[in-house]
Design a binder for this molecule. Structure first.
Ligand code: CFM
Length: 483
């Protein structure tokens, strides 16, 4: 039976249905995307975090108005390094800096009195004040959280009123933290509500649609791409060189103006298929715009993504040219890292998709995935993981800290690809880590990104600091010189 119980779960045996050792002969999908078992110290985030932090946050020229007590805004602010710029049209000085969405945290600061008597008036005043303080922003999204969701403030009415007064689009994202089992619910909510509201806005103001003279026959929208540590700088030129135009990105470093036009492209290219495939499906249903699923991590998968996109538009020849040039450019560096990293055993713990995004990438460096864990993956993510794994691999759905510790202790991987919270656990156990959410020194996507990723893995494993830790394998003590 591939499902297993871990020792640390003696007191919560129900966890067993979330954990399995993948067997290629008999693949199983664990229990997933269900309520956390009481007493299990889950590492999951809330639905609001999924809506605000993951999808709304990376939009570069809007205010994310968090209608909540200050903590909801403060503790979710700036934790995800999706960078943006506000250069092109910003005022000089104060706002001509990069990463507008990481510099400002805007919240209604709900107090007890507001909860008792209702917060709608306070929200309206806050929206108007924010628009006055940041005259250059082009719109707003109002986010509700547990508090304002539960008291039932009519945020849609406030949005309509503010939009009328200011003349800029105001959207709402009603995805209170408690409304789902993980941040994944917030992704879904945001997709549905944004799609509906963009459609409604386009009906009210048709001049916001993509006008005929703007359109090209090669317009695509990159969906589920969040510009983590400037991934777009590595990816955008590749698509442009094969001859397509990225008319919109949902939602990394994107202007709201382009997101309103995203319904007018010819093809949707979906990268993160957990957080954003929903909107691609809705656009397909509503506009008959097809979508393709891609991965932009690793050489092979990036090539596949370019080939698939090119095939849709009949641009295969140019794609082959770009692929030949780019693979030649990174060959030497990757050969160096491969020679140092071959045979290393890796554990990966992320939200979900990156486990399957990275299996092939790690294989390209001759490394092996020995364990995988996902915070909020759904069944289709586990199917994708199973399809890519060749050997017996431990997989944990929504792990708690004890399970992660036991996983690392029993499998002793050479490197742990993980986030900010768990890295200390790994490092105290003598296992190097690389930040697999917002990266160490990215970008990690595309050809150049693959070299950065390999370099960070190499620097993690061969960091001289490990010499001072006892009981480490010899390989980590004999650091070969860096390229
Ligand atoms: Fe998609 Fe993402 Fe991920 Fe995600 Fe995330 Fe992320 Fe992630 Mo951190 S959108 S599901 S909610 S690929 S922030 S950029 S790295 S857990 S696997």
């Amino acid at each position: 039976m591939p499902l297993i119980n871990m020792k640390c779960d003696e007191l919560i045996p129900e966890r067993g249905k979330h954990i399995y050792v993948h067997d290629p002969e008999n693949p199983v999908v664990p229990a997933c995307n269900i309520k956390t078992i009481p007493g299990d110290m889950t590492e999951r985030g809330c639905a609001f975090a999924g809506a605000r932090g993951v999808i709304g946050g990376p939009i570069k020229d809007i205010i994310c108005m968090v209608h909540a007590p200050v903590g909801c805004a403060w503790y979710t602010w700036g934790t995800r390094r999706n960078l943006s710029d506000l250069h092109a049209w910003a005022l000089p000085g104060r706002l001509s800096n990069v990463a507008f969405n990481r510099r400002y945290c805007v919240v209604t600061d709900m107090q007890e009195r507001d909860v008792v008597f209702g917060g709608a008036k306070k929200l309206q005043a806050s929206c108007l004040e924010a628009f006055r303080l940041f005259p250059e922003v082009r719109g707003m999204i109002i986010f509700t959280t547990c508090t304002t969701g539960l008291i039932g403030d009519d945020v849609k009415a406030v949005a309509r009123q503010v939009e009328k007064e200011v003349g800029k689009p105001v959207f709402t994202s009603e995805s209170p933290g408690c409304s789902g089992v993980s941040q994944s619910k917030g992704h879904h909510d945001f997709n549905i509500q944004f799609y509906q509201q963009v459609n409604a806005l386009r009906a009210r103001r048709p001049e916001l649609k993509m006008q005929d003279e703007e359109k090209t026959p090669y317009d695509i929208c990159l969906i589920g791409e969040y510009n983590m540590d400037w991934d777009l700088a590595a990816i955008r030129p590749l698509f442009e060189r094969i001859g397509v135009r990225i008319a919109a990105v949902f939602s990394g470093n994107e202007r709201i103006e382009n997101l309103i036009k995203m319904l007018d492209v010819k093809l949707n290219v979906v990268h993160c298929q957990r957080s954003a495939e929903y909107i691609a499906k809705m656009i397909q249903d509503g506009f008959e715009t097809p979508f393709i699923r891609v991965s932009l991590y690793g050489i092979g998968q990036t090539c596949d993504a370019l080939r698939q996109t090119a095939a849709f538009f009949g641009l295969q020849e140019r794609a082959e040219q770009v692929i030949a040039e780019e693979t030649a450019r990174v060959e030497k560096a990757l050969a160096f890292y491969r020679s140092r990293l071959a045979g290393k055993r890796i554990a990966v713990y992320v939200g979900g998709p990156r486990v399957w995004h990275w299996i092939r990438l790690l294989e390209e460096l001759d490394m092996e995935v020995v364990a995988g864990a996902c915070t909020f993956a759904h069944e289709d993510d586990y199917q994708k993981i199973n399809d890519k794994l060749k050997g017996q691999v431990l997989i944990i759905d929504s792990p708690n800290e004890f399970e992660i510790e036991e996983m690392l202790d029993t499998l002793k991987p050479d490197l742990f690809l993980t986030g900010m919270k768990e890295k200390y656990l790994g490092r105290k156990m003598g296992i190097p880590t690389v930040n697999s959410h917002s990266y160490e020194k990215g970008p990690y996507e595309g050809f150049a990104g693959m070299v950065n990723f390999a370099r960070d893995i190499y620097q993690g494993i061969y960091a001289p600091a490990w010499r001072f830790q006892h009981g480490l394998p010899a390989s980590r003590e004999e650091a070969p010189p860096c390229a």
